[in-house]
Design a protein around this ligand. Structure first.
Ligand code: PEP
Ligand code: MN
Length: 316
């Protein structure tokens, strides 16, 4: 695969992106995301990784930022194993209003400082428009959660930013709906979109969600956007995370987002699906060989401990 970031034509950056014209809409609800519009795979630079090339992006961290100590310990562990980006929810979309809702902005400093100290980039979920500015100012990648995939005002606001967006598939959404959601961001002028498969609802009830592995080659067929997989929310149980992660890479995923916690049994959210640090290390070790066998690369993050905290500009 070509490693060099592809540049988009001027028309994509300017007029075309801004004008969601009737003709485009008639052609496809995800025209700008489509291979028909841009046959070359988009490659988005996230720190040291060219996402969408042969390189794999590894995002890891707790479901939620719970305390300064917890996020620092997790950052140290995932960095040691070679992850590139630290995840951590500040605002948690919980099914029950009585469950832990996240530390909110109170956790932002802990999160950002932990990542900085260990040379990691950051991704967190932006649940609503009121927090967009502050999160965009401090965090490297903005995540749109599954439950917000069709929050159109939020997608439009993200389209106006020059910031990578991790867009998760809705838990009952089709691949076409996922791409149409991404289109809202692209049509606003922001082309730095990485998609994320996280499992969908089916009749089976052993898994929390069913990992839709076939969505990975389908997205690659329909769209030039990169797509990663979240094996943690698919599985709901930590013992299934590594096998599902391997299946995803084998099916062409451009990376993974994995929940890791220093003490999963004490986690305030998603403990049962969070890996212990040694299991994440095992996943990374096994993934390295698998990636090689598949013609992909897992470039572990060994960078300077005090590495860049500012997001390198994607070369689009
Ligand atoms: C998450 O990744 O923190 C999360 C809440 O996942 P999802 O939106 O896929 O349920
Ligand atoms: Mn979670």
């Amino acid at each position: 695969m070509d490693k060099k970031p592809q540049s988009l034509g001027e028309k994509d950056k300017g007029s075309m992106a801004k004008n969601g014209t009737k003709e485009m809409e008639a052609e496809s609800p995800f025209y700008l995301c489509s291979k028909a519009h841009k046959p070359d795979q988009s490659i988005i630079q996230i720190g040291p990784v060219y996402v969408g090339s042969d390189e794999l992006l590894i995002i890891a961290g707790p479901c939620a930022v719970e305390s300064e100590v917890q996020i620092h310990e997790t950052a140290a562990a995932v960095k040691r194993a070679g992850a590139h980006v630290l995840r951590g929810g500040l605002f948690k979309p919980r099914t029950s209003p009585y469950s832990f809702q996240g530390l909110g902005l109170e956790g932002l400093n802990f999160f950002v400082n932990a990542a900085k100290e260990h040379g990691l980039l950051t991704v967190t979920e932006v649940m609503d428009l009121t927090h967009l500015d502050i999160l965009a100012q401090h965090v490297d990648i903005l995540q749109v959660g599954s439950r917000n995939m069709q929050n159109y005002p939020l997608l439009k606001a993200l389209g106006a930013l020059d910031k990578p967006v991790l867009l998760k598939r809705g838990l009952s959404s089709t691949v076409e709906e996922l791409l149409a959601a991404a289109e809202y961001i692209l049509v606003g002028g922001n082309h730095k979109v990485v998609l994320c498969e996280r499992g969908i609802r089916t009749f089976q009830n052993h898994f929390r969600f069913t990992p839709d592995i076939s969505a990975l080659p389908l997205v690659h067929e329909l769209s030039h956007l990169p797509i990663i997989l979240d094996p943690s929310h698919c599985s709901g149980r930590r013992q299934w995370v590594i096998p599902v992660a391997k299946a995803a890479i084998a099916a062409g995923a451009d990376g993974l987002m994995v929940e890791v916690h220093p003490a999963p049994d004490k986690a305030l959210s998603d403990g049962p699906q969070s890996l212990f640090p040694h299991q994440f290390q095992q996943l990374m070790d096994e993934m390295e060989g698998l990636a090689k066998a598949l013609g992909r690369k897992l470039k572990r993050n060994k960078g300077n401990e005090k590495a860049h905290h500012t997001m390198p500009q994607a070369n689009l």
